[in-house]
Design a protein around this ligand. Structure first.
Ligand SMILES: Cc1cc2nc3c(=O)[nH]c(=O)nc-3n(C[C@H](O)[C@H](O)[C@H](O)COP(=O)(O)OP(=O)(O)OC[C@H]3O[C@@H](n4cnc5c(N)ncnc54)[C@H](O)[C@@H]3O)c2cc1C
Ligand code: SF4
Ligand code: SF4
Length: 848
């Protein structure tokens, strides 16, 4: 290869972008790669796999995999809105629809595929849409805003995702499938039946064995689908999800070899019939197979990049495993290998628990030695273990059925040790156990090190637990002690310390240190102990014995701001406030000249209070019937609500009353991190409950409970935990979940991270909380009752305690105020003066 190599990539989807990343990462110093990437879409690469999250609030920016700045810094030449229309193989150049041309030494086709729309008369009308790009989603959103009923044509994996999207948009949703069952590719008939029951229970109507013959004007809705059996279905909009077709026209036009049913034919190096042209991702056909998943596309991208760079140990693409584990409308679905038992002599074991909506099947070889495939619906706990059996051809136990039976004694589990070096741990980025071992040999000694070195678990993150267990087991086998101690003063994990405090009824740090620790304590164990003591006993945190353990904010029962002043945040349960209390807050703000802001969490924050003013401010607020909002603590912040059925035309339950009840119930409890809640009165979700630790959405039958969502720096969409709950079951589940979180999470661990690290994830949490699987529900409830019973407004307690009040002074030895605190006026309110403003002594500026 020449020292200068021009590589042009056509298509900037997930795979095209991954290929850019690979070329940048793998290029050697002596070779200058000049990369150009052309995208027919109006934006750079984004995450298509998580496209549906757009309807759950994720922005186009949140889905982006890269941006202009990154490509600029890599010196990658890029064009958006640039559709390649011609490849001139002789002159090695391509041209776009706007007439731009680019020469190449190596060309990579990463043009992906497009949704197949069956030729149904009437299918070309407005509101008949597909589901593939962000632009498609915008069109769907627009159409849904004037629709009440939606139909998805196609009951495969993507069809069910699309149906979920329509449901989230508040439409009455139907799925129409030509085959006799849903997800016919990945799931067998028995699994398809259980899946159907679960999806129908979520309110989506399923119509199987239905061929649509035409779409005409409707009577009650915009359109009418007419099926070949002459039945009809009325709908306002239609989403086609009837499979994909590779974008291979470019290849056909320049006479590259394509498959009979489409797809650009490639070899092990991902080269097409022209050795200087490669094809990768969903447009490529390898061994008569198109791989419609992102992981094989990433492998192809890596293979092509390594081949172009002529790396000595370049990998070869030799097909990929198509096993999938996913969650469709909150239903767990897993499919491994030969799910339909098509292999000659294959034998099946099946477990069905219809009432619970669980179906599990394993397919084994004739001699019962190897696992050929599996189907899991409703519970995918065994997926990882089964996948490792299949991928690594590990010999099955004597009674293979024990792998899927729920109560089986000595249920075989595959520990990290049992996996061979070739076992794939992270399938998104194709990282094997051998890669991880190698990283550890080269000096990585934490999961974080291994992650940054191998990139394992930086894709979908589904392998995080497996990665940790491989790293721990490898470290242990090298004699490295995997420490779970919180610091050198306590040889215990937070969880163990929590149990010690609770069981031995320890009430102070000194007592804990004397009985179970050593030395004087440090910045890690003191706040950890402070948080545990507060979580277990909910005692007054400014009591003398606890003072030294608190963070700055807790110390002054107020949030310290950047200029050394504090903010005052009264509690406004559910966001509901009387005019009298509102006026009082306004009066206090006016009297103390506090900057006043209504927050996103439906509270009113007052900024700029000097520490010595805090007690007088709180005295006035408390006399007006307000309480502390605990904005400074790792505790319950807000329970946001919409106006619900009381005022809203769409509301199906009284979200305000529920929000107030919840906020009053949990206010003041201390947790490993702050907790946010929200309650929406219907699925329109005006309170944005699905981005909260605990989210509640009204249904016409009760409440759907969502858990462990997160806004902030690392947003996470909450998981649906249980549906249609009555009021008391809802509260009971929240009690148990919160108590379990408080007891088992690490200090400063948000619920989202806690759930992700919880072995068994959501399914395990459901077992603990709903089924009382480990028999702790009673003690969880008791713990919650105890700490709720200890509620106090900490400012009320403080105002009654002259000793505690002594700390609210700027200077220990003087009553003076801090002169360093200076404000300027902006939009009729104060704000902290900047350093320049302070030095220029310009104290009043007016900014419009
Ligand atoms: C809703 C949805 C959910 C999915 N869920 C999963 C999942 O859970 N797991 C999984 O593994 N996979 C999933 N997939 C599939 C996965 O997204 C694809 O396998 C992957 O995105 C394919 O990447 P690609 O780069 O080959 O193609 P694409 O992402 O389609 O990118 C191809 C790009 O090339 C552009 N292009 C085409 N022709 C030209 C041209 N002539 N000139 C310039 N540009 C051109 C296209 O506009 C497009 O931007 C899902 C797909 C969808 C739509
Ligand atoms: S979420 Fe609340 S405010 Fe929004 S439409 Fe439903 S009931 Fe009305
Ligand atoms: S987002 Fe950042 S700046 Fe804004 S309040 Fe939070 S921490 Fe402060």
């Amino acid at each position: 290869m020449s020292k200068q190599c021009r590589v042009v990539i056509v298509g900037n989807g997930m795979v095209g972008h991954h290929c850019v990343e690979q070329l940048i990462e793998l290029q050697q110093h002596d070779v200058k790669i000049d990369i150009t990437v052309l995208s027919a879409e109006s934006r750079l690469a984004y995450d298509r796999v998580h496209l549906s999250e757009f309807f759950a609030g994720k922005s186009a920016q949140g889905l982006a995999l890269t941006d202009e700045g990154t490509y600029d810094s890599w010196q990658v030449n890029y064009r958006t809105n640039a559709k390649v229309i011609d490849i001139d193989r002789e002159n090695k150049s391509i041209s776009t629809h706007v007439g731009e041309s680019f020469c190449y030494d190596k060309l990579i086709l990463a043009t992906g595929s497009y949704p197949f729309v069956p030729p149904i008369p009437g299918g070309e009308q407005p509101h008949c849409l597909v589901y593939r790009t962000i632009e498609d989603l915008l069109a769907i959103e627009k159409s849904a805003s004037t629709s009440e009923v939606g139909v998805v044509i196609g009951g495969g994996l993507l069809g069910l995702e699309a149906a979920n999207a329509l449901k989230q948009l508040g439409l009455k949703t139907h799925v129409v499938e030509f085959a006799p069952q849903l997800m016919a590719v990945q799931v067998d008939a028995g699994g398809g039946q259980v899946l159907r029951e679960k999806i129908e229970a979520l309110g989506v109507s399923v119509h199987t064995s239905k061929a649509t013959s035409s779409i005409s004007r409707g009577e009650t809705c915009r359109y009418k689908l007419i099926f070949s059996d002459e039945t009809v279905l009325e709908t306002d909009m239609i989403l086609f999800s009837a499979g994909i077709r590779p974008h291979d026209q470019l290849a056909r036009d320049c006479l590259l070899t394509v498959g009979e049913r489409g797809g650009v034919t490639i070899n092990h190096h991902c080269q097409t019939s022209d050795p200087d042209i490669y094809a990768i991702g969903e447009c490529a056909l390898f061994n008569q197979m198109i791989y419609g998943l992102v992981a094989p596309g990433y492998s192809m991208a890596k293979t092509a990049a390594q081949h172009i760079l002529a790396l000595p140990d370049a990998s070869q693409f030799s097909g990929a495993d198509m096993s999938t584990k996913l969650k469709l409308m909150s239903v767990d679905v897993g499919s491994i290998g030969d799910a339909h038992a098509k292999t000659e002599g294959a034998q099946c074991y099946t477990y069905v628990n219809q009432p619970a909506g669980i179906y599990k099947k394993i397919v084994v070889s004739e001699d019962h030695q190897s696992l050929l495939g599996a189907v899991l619906i409703g519970d995918t706990n065994e997926y990882d273990t089964l996948l490792q059996y299949k991928l690594n051809d590990i010999s099955l136990p004597e009674s293979p059925e024990t792998l899927i039976l729920p109560m089986a004694e000595n249920k075989p589990t595959l520990g990290a040790d049992a996996l061979p070096d070739t076992a794939t741990i992270c399938s998104c980025l194709n990282v094997t156990k051998g890669d991880i071992t190698q990283a550890i040999d080269q000096g990585s000694c934490t999961v974080a090190d291994v992650k940054s070195c191998t990139k394992a678990s930086s894709g979908c993150g589904g392998c995080a637990a497996l990665l940790k267990s491989v790293v721990d087991s490898e470290l242990e086998s090298r004699g490295v002690e995997v420490k779970k101690d919180i610091c050198q003063h306590f040889a215990y994990s937070r969880r163990e310390l929590f149990d010690i405090v609770k069981i031995e009824k320890i009430r102070s740090f000194d007592e804990l240190l004397a009985k179970h620790g050593q030395g004087l304590g440090c910045e890690i164990c003191k706040p950890t102990a402070g948080s545990i003591l507060a979580s277990v006993w909910n005692d007054y945190i400014l009591a003398n014995e606890h003072l030294a353990l608190q963070d700055t904010n807790d110390n002054f029962l107020a949030n310290m701001q950047k200029d050394g002043t504090y903010s005052v945040v009264p509690r406004i349960p559910g966001g509901e406030i009387t005019p009298e209390k509102l006026i009082k807050i306004g009066e206090v703000a006016q009297q103390y000249k506090l900057y006043t802001k209504i927050t996103g969490g439906q509270r009113i924050d007052l900024f700029g209070a000097r520490v010595e003013q805090l007690p007088e401010i709180w005295k006035t607020l408390i006399e007006a019937g307000l309480e502390t909002g605990h904005a400074y603590g790792k505790s319950v912040r807000t329970v946001k609500s919409c106006v619900g059925s009381t005022w809203c035309r769409f509301g199906v339950q009284d979200s305000v009353s529920m929000a107030i009840a919840i906020e009053n119930r949990y206010k003041g409890i201390r947790a490993p991190h702050k907790l946010k809640f929200a309650v929406s009165g219907c699925t329109r979700e005006c309170a944005e409950a699905q981005s909260k630790d605990i989210g509640i959405i009204a249904t016409d039958k009760g409440w759907n409970l969502y858990v462990c969502g997160n806004g902030g720096m690392k947003p996470r969409h909450a998981d649906l935990f249980a549906t249609d709950l009555d009021d008391s079951t809802l509260i009971q589940y929240i009690d148990r979940i919160l108590a379990f979180y408080i007891q088992t999470a690490e200090r400063l661990q948000r619920t989202s991270v806690w759930l992700e690290n919880l072995e068994g994830g959501l399914a395990y949490l459901q077992q603990v909380v709903i089924e009382d699987h480990i028999g702790v529900c009673q003690s969880l409830e008791q713990h919650m009752t105890e700490i709720i019973g200890k509620y106090q407004c900490e400012w009320t307690t403080t105002l009654k305690n002259p000793e505690a009040l002594k700390r609210f002074k700027q200077f220990v030895n003087s009553d003076e105020s801090d002169e360093n605190i200076q404000f300027v006026t902006e939009r009729d309110q104060i704000r902290p003066a900047t350093a320049a403003e302070k030095s220029n002594q310009v104290i009043v500026v007016e900014v419009l």
